[in-house]
Design a protein around this ligand. Sequence first.
Ligand code: 5GP
Ligand code: ZN
Length: 113
Amino acid sequence: MGDCIFCKIAAGEIPATVVYENDHVIAFEDLNPQAPVHVLVVPKAHHENILDGVSAEELAEVVAAIGEVAKAKGLSERGFRVIANTGADAGQTVGHVHFHVLGGTSLGEGLLP
Ligand code: 5GP
Ligand code: ZN
C-alpha cells in the first residue's frame, strides 16, 4: 500500500482533479482520458481489485458516488459506461480497485472497441 498511487491520491498526497469525495470514496479525473468525460471512482480503502474483499457497503458507496459523478458531469440523462478492469487479461494497470466512468459522447453498442 505504501507505493499505491490511488491510496496517495485518496490521502491528498498526490494531486488530482477531484469530482466528488466523501469519507469512503473519491472520484477524480483520469490522467489520460479515453472519452470526453473519464472519471475514476475509487474506494479509499486499499483493495487490489473487486476480487480482493471489497464489501457490499463499499460497493454501495461506489454506486452512489457514480450517481454523483453523473450528476456533476451532466451524464444522467444521456448515459455513460462503467468499467472495472480486473487483473491481467483486462489490462488492469493500477492495483487499487477503481471504476472508470466514461461518457460525454456516444460510446456505441459494443462493449469492446
Ligand atoms: P486501469 O488500466 O488499471 O483500469 O486504469 C488505470 C487508470 O488510471 C488509467 O486510465 C490511467 O490513465 C489512470 N491513472 C494512472 N495514474 C494516474 C494518476 O496518477 N492520476 C490520475 N488521475 N489517473 C491515473
Ligand atoms: Zn491503494
